[in-house]
Design a protein around this ligand. Structure first.
Ligand SMILES: [Zn+2]
Length: 244
């Protein structure tokens, strides 16, 4: 059932990150009637497309085109809309126009929650940059003085999705989302990422591990049989009227 008042925004540094780290959350919220929108800041054309480069006879444009097709297919499987900023990777750098463009996406989508990368990642500087850009765009979109007259955004919770090596990134989950019911969709989206087949099994194991942890952390009255989960680390305090 469509719910026009609910939406979520995912900001992915490279074009496959949103799949490994949050495809379950995306599919689950689409199922609940949310509009889910993904912004891919780059295609990961330099840093996360090794298999394509090894084919030989490649150019950056060819790699980008292949990565776009993969990400679009994955988004379609999940029921999300996706757009590509194409600001480049390795290194990723964002100018003021990119920041304003992302702030405008916040204004347009009016997200109820936001997903992006961990705040630290010593293996990949593009990832924290994406999060900082997202945070700053959110703050701009909240400001009455930024494009006055437009509807500002509230204070949507921001969750950092799971990095490849959580301990080194100082990432610790405080939310475990049960994605068992949409695991088939996540795995179908994962399979769209032909350029990174070595990660399919890895992220299946991550989902099983988080699922096992989720099962250990549900309340006594819950009866859900959780098998797969995704972990998130929230940046802001959660506001609630119910502590159970
Ligand atoms: Zn990445």
């Amino acid at each position: 059932m469509s719910n026009p008042h609910k939406s979520g925004l995912v900001v992915s540094a490279h074009s496959a990150d949103f799949v490994w780290r949050s495809a379950g959350a995306i599919a689950l919220h689409v199922q609940q009637g949310y509009r889910m929108h993904v912004v891919c800041l780059s295609f990961g054309e330099r840093g996360e497309s090794a298999k394509l480069w090894r084919k030989g006879d490649m150019t950056e444009d060819k790699v980008k085109a292949a990565r776009r097709v993969e990400a679009q297919a994955a988004a379609e499987v999940l029921g999300a809309s996706v757009e590509f900023f194409d600001i480049g990777d390795y290194p990723m750098r964002a100018d003021r126009d990119t920041l304003f463009r992302l702030a405008d996406v916040f204004r347009q989508i009016q997200p109820g929650f936001v997903l992006s990368h961990s705040l630290k990642d010593p293996y990949n500087y593009d990832h924290p940059l994406a999060t900082h850009l997202t945070q700053e765009a959110r703050i701009l979109a909240q400001a009455e003085g930024y494009r006055p007259g437009e509807k500002i955004v509230g204070a949507p919770p921001v969750y950092c999705f799971e990095p490849h090596q959580p301990e080194q990134c100082e990432w610790r989950p405080d939310v475990l989302l049960d994605i068992t019911g949409v695991w088939d969709k996540k795995y179908a989206a994962i399979q769209c990422m032909a350029g990174q087949e070595h990660l399919w099994e890895y992220y299946t194991r991550v989902a099983l591990q988080r699922g096992a942890q989720a099962k250990r952390n549900i309340g006594v009255t819950a009866t859900r049989d959780i098998k797969y989960a995704e972990g998130f680390q929230s940046i802001f305090p959660r506001v609630t009227g119910d502590l159970s």
